[in-house]
Design a protein around this ligand. Structure first.
Ligand code: ZN
Length: 302
């Protein structure tokens, strides 16, 4: 590491080594196919090392990497930088404290990006603490100025963004944080898909549970990241020992942290289990089950 103008940066050697290492991991994890994806890392207030165009991120060597200034001028390297480096440069311009950017097309997160669905459900404690919510930036033609313009509004408020019909982009205070956020986005998207579309049921964290996670996030020094809507009532405050303990799925009302009542604009989430139910509803449920049981006995089903 080297100290420049009071800020720690990776040296050229460290940055290039880290880019190769992360490129290989990105490729091995299936986050990119063929020559997709790009990575950049700052080595000073106005310089970055980045990946070239037309090369698989799994098979890069140091001599393929490109050094640029933040205006986009190539300073070193025999290959051309990716045309997508424009969005990296925009991230650094929007927030000079960020030191690395990663971009890939991880399949589950990219599927959400194609569906135009943000990763915005309070269902996974680690995701609430480490990522927050991940919005979908509006569609932009790859390689054009539209792409940096589409992501700019989210750089200071979020930790990453999905690019509509394209992929995922993350940033961080160092290259590892940027890459871990990319990994976390794919993991979060996978859990959202399994619970929402395979199991078909999600117990959303309540607003008080989310508030506590946000306190932890602050203590961890993470000051950015969106806040997903939370359940107006607790959905997970008792032990579930057998499948009989699972209440029937009903829509649960969602609200924003700090709001006094459920948000009318947020559609209630279907397929979730509100644990706190009015007493008469519970009684109806018990009576329904008893009658069902008796009927089964009568017809000799058991
Ligand atoms: Zn891409």
């Amino acid at each position: 590491m080297v100290m420049l103008q009071g800020v720690k940066y990776m040296t050229d050697f460290e940055a290039k080594k880290a880019i190769l290492d992360i490129g290989k991991r990105m490729y091995d994890k299936g986050f990119v196919a063929a020559n997709d994806g790009n990575i950049s890392c700052k080595t000073g207030p106005n310089t970055i090392w980045t990946t070239p165009t037309g090369v698989s991120k799994g098979f890069m060597t140091q001599d393929m990497l490109v050094k640029m200034d933040l205006e986009g001028k190539v300073l070193m390297g025999k290959l051309k930088p990716s045309s997508e480096v424009k969005m990296h440069l925009r991230v650094y311009k929007e927030n000079p404290e960020l030191q690395a950017v990663t971009h890939a097309h991880p399949p589950v997160a990219t599927s959400f990006a194609i569906a135009g669905i943000s990763l915005d459900s309070a269902i996974l404690t680690e995701a609430v603490m480490g990522l927050g919510s991940i919005p979908v930036a509006k569609y932009a033609t790859p390689g054009t100025q539209e792409v940096p313009d589409s992501i700019a509004p989210f750089v200071n408020s979020h930790n990453g963004v999905l690019l509509a019909n394209h992929g995922a982009l993350t940033w961080g205070k160092d290259i590892y944080q940027a890459f871990y956020r990319l990994e976390s986005i794919e993991y979060y998207a996978t859990i959202l898909m399994y619970t929402g579309n395979v199991i078909g049921r999600q117990n959303v964290l309540s607003c008080s549970q989310v508030s506590k996670l946000l306190d932890i996030r602050k203590k961890l020094g993470v000051t950015s990241g969106g806040i997903p809507p939370c359940a107006a009532c607790e959905t997970n405050n008792r032990d579930i020992v057998t499948s009989d303990d699972v209440r029937p799925a009903e829509p649960v009302e969602l609200m924003r942290i700090g709001a006094s009542k459920p948000d009318e604009e947020l559609p209630p989430l279907k397929g979730v289990t509100p644990i706190v139910k009015p007493k008469d509803e519970l009684m109806t449920e018990v009576v329904r089950r008893v009658i069902e049981e008796l009927r089964q006995e009568e017809t000799g089903w058991n």
